[in-house]
Design a protein. Structure first.
Length: 131
């Protein structure tokens, strides 16, 4: 009976470990000296599901974000929860109302780039931001 309990425990652990298929993202920000968007404040590097396009105005669903320094090259590693494969967008934004979250209606993203993400693999996304 004891061996059966051990085998059952191992099988349950294996099943649970296979349920989680995280997506890993290495997102790098390269700042460009430009008057396009040069306000001071709290800047964030964030990851969103899907493929964002300024001309399409797609909805942004932030999965994770880190506060970053403006005009400083930055690389952040994101470990996102399980999810299907698909496009992820890395973007930089200025938190104009200082609430620590991305809010619909921010005028512009200062830089964004999308890439296809595969579960259990690392996706690299380089974002060119403006300062």
């Amino acid at each position: 009976m004891k061996n059966l309990n051990i085998i059952t425990t191992i099988l349950i652990a294996l099943v649970l470990s296979n349920c989680e298929n995280p997506r890993y993202v290495d997102a790098g920000v390269i700042w460009t000296d430009d008057s396009y968007f040069s306000e001071e404040g709290d800047w964030y590097l964030a990851i969103s599901d899907g493929c964002y396009s300024n001309c399409e105005g797609a909805e942004i669903n932030v999965l994770d974000q880190y506060q970053i320094e403006a005009n400083k090259k930055t690389t952040q590693k994101f470990v996102l929860g399980s999810g299907s494969e698909g496009n992820l967008t890395a973007f930089v934004y200025l938190d104009t109302n200082d609430n620590g979250t991305y809010d619909d209606g921010y005028d512009k993203l200062t830089g964004y780039k999308f890439n296809y993400a595969t579960a259990n693999e690392t996706t690299a996304i380089a974002v060119s931001a403006y300062f």
